[in-house]
Design a protein around this ligand. Structure first.
Ligand code: FE2
Length: 459
């Protein structure tokens, strides 16, 4: 009898394994303190101004061209303009090359005037090469290093970090600390950087503290910037009517290299990934510059060179949290068909301050009257990852909608970050890390198979 039962059990298990993947999702039962934290105080360690007269601070880098053979270095000098020069080379004690940059200041509202903001682009770099660089000549010199991405190719491994809605609370510090232990090569930052606009008069000193806080990572590896609503800084009551003024003064993007006409939407190609950055808070309706650019950009995607197509956008197209529910819907309606036709692998979003990963679904057949409004499984559709859980001053979004929609694979209201470890043209290992655990504990993970090279029915 026991043997018969065992056989039945084995057969049942085999049947369960062979059945199509369940589309139902998991709402994590993990519960953490929902305590909302203020921003770290101005005298926090992580905001410390570097020693030395007019020492360069807030150093950060991003790609300076399409593929990483150029790198743009940015920094701020507080007292005097100083030198715009970046010296760089293959050895820290022998910086034989130099790039000349620009300097600017900007004002915001009645009381804020920025330090001297420098940008310089280092060109003609070799792929997959470590460069040492230094800034601050004339007064206090500080030195850093970075490694350029490998030359684009279909089986070039590369590990991308994914951080969104970071802010500058103690939770934000945890997120960055845990990210630093991940071993990733570059960050896809999904918007909402400093949350300066949550302070009176959009206190732009908080843009400065944020940049000093993240310098320990972004001075050493490129972060690819997507803009969020907290980058708008649209404040007519303060006389500030040009959206994105602090962001665009501080954070250059290589938009021209991909034929874009504004810094807010563009693409880069790193190793085996083609990354498209979209702007939720710039117009994207039919015939607008962003719409036109994306249409052309998707034609430029070559999966035989860069198999992994990743789209970054701030406001999610699929998310089952009450917070910001359906705010990304108009952009989904505008672009989802294109993204599915292009067989994008992942669409990354932030904005909602919790974590969620979807199954591969699309909702591209609905035409208002045909009743086909329910998202359905679609093997050409991307996985939607919501990573707006960096840990900012606004706290967690912990009110999920019930029942959990079929498209939602896993969701949890915790802070954290994710990584996508691309192995080759067919496989990439994705994981999400919850801050509360030790740095090696992973709360959600999945193998993604490439939608062009291996479009399996599961992940
Ligand atoms: Fe946001």
């Amino acid at each position: 009898m026991a043997r018969v039962l065992a056989v039945v059990l084995i057969l049942a298990l085999a049947a369960a394994c062979a059945a199509p993947a369940a589309r139902g999702g998991v709402t994590s039962t993990y519960r953490r303190s929902l305590q909302m934290l203020p921003d770290m105080p101005f005298d926090a360690d992580v905001f410390r101004v570097p020693a030395g007269f007019n020492a360069p601070e807030q150093v950060h880098i991003t790609l300076g061209d399409l593929t990483g053979r150029a790198m743009t270095v940015s920094w701020v000098t507080p007292k005097l303009p100083g030198s715009n020069v970046v010296r760089y080379g293959l050895r820290a004690d022998n910086l034989t090359l130099a790039a000349d940059g620009t300097v600017r200041r900007y004002t915001f509202g009645r009381n804020y005037r920025s330090g001297f903001i420098h940008h310089a682009t280092l060109t003609d770099l070799d792929y997959a090469t470590t460069y040492h660089y230094a800034v601050g000549f004339g007064y206090t010199v500080r030195s850093f290093s970075f490694t350029t991405p490998p030359k684009p190719g279909p089986d070039v491994p590369y590990k991308l970090g994914m951080i969104g809605d970071l802010g500058q609370t103690f939770h934000s510090n945890d997120t960055l600390t845990h990210y630093e232990a991940s071993g990733a090569n570059a960050v896809l930052f999904i918007g909402d950087l400093s949350y300066a606009d949550t302070h009176p008069d959009h206190d732009n000193n908080r843009w400065d503290t944020w940049a000093r806080f993240v310098e320990r990572s972004v001075a050493y590896q490129p972060w690819i910037w997507t803009t969020g609503n907290h980058e708008l800084d649209f404040a007519p009551e303060l006389g500030e009517t040009v959206p994105f003024k602090p962001f665009t003064n501080r954070y250059p993007t290589p938009f021209r290299a991909s034929g874009s006409t504004r810094p807010l939407w563009y693409s880069v190609r790193m190793a085996s990934a083609h990354v498209i950055v979209l702007a939720s808070y710039a117009s994207y309706g039919k015939y607008t510059p962003q719409w036109t650019w994306l249409q052309e950009e998707l034609k430029r995607v070559d999966r035989t060179v860069t198999p992994w197509l990743i789209v970054c956008v701030h406001s999610p197209w699929y998310n089952s949290n009450d917070y910001h529910y359906m705010e990304g819907e108009t952009m989904r309606v505008q672009f989802e068909r294109w993204v599915v036709d292009a067989k994008a692998d992942v669409v990354l979003a932030g904005h909602v301050h919790s974590y969620e990963r979807t199954h591969r679904v699309s909702n591209v057949n609905y035409d208002i009257s045909n009743g086909m409004a329910t998202p359905v499984f679609n093997r050409s559709a991307p996985v939607y990852v919501n990573i707006g859980d960096g840990g900012n001053i606004e706290g967690l979004a912990d009110k999920f909608r019930w029942p959990q929609p079929d498209y939602s694979a896993f969701r949890e209201a915790s802070f954290g970050h994710a990584t996508l470890d691309i192995k080759n043209r067919t496989h990439a290992y994705y994981e999400w890390h919850r801050n509360h655990d030790g740095v090696k504990v992973v709360a959600d993970h999945a193998w993604f198979t490439n939608r062009y090279w291996m479009p399996t029915d599961t992940n």
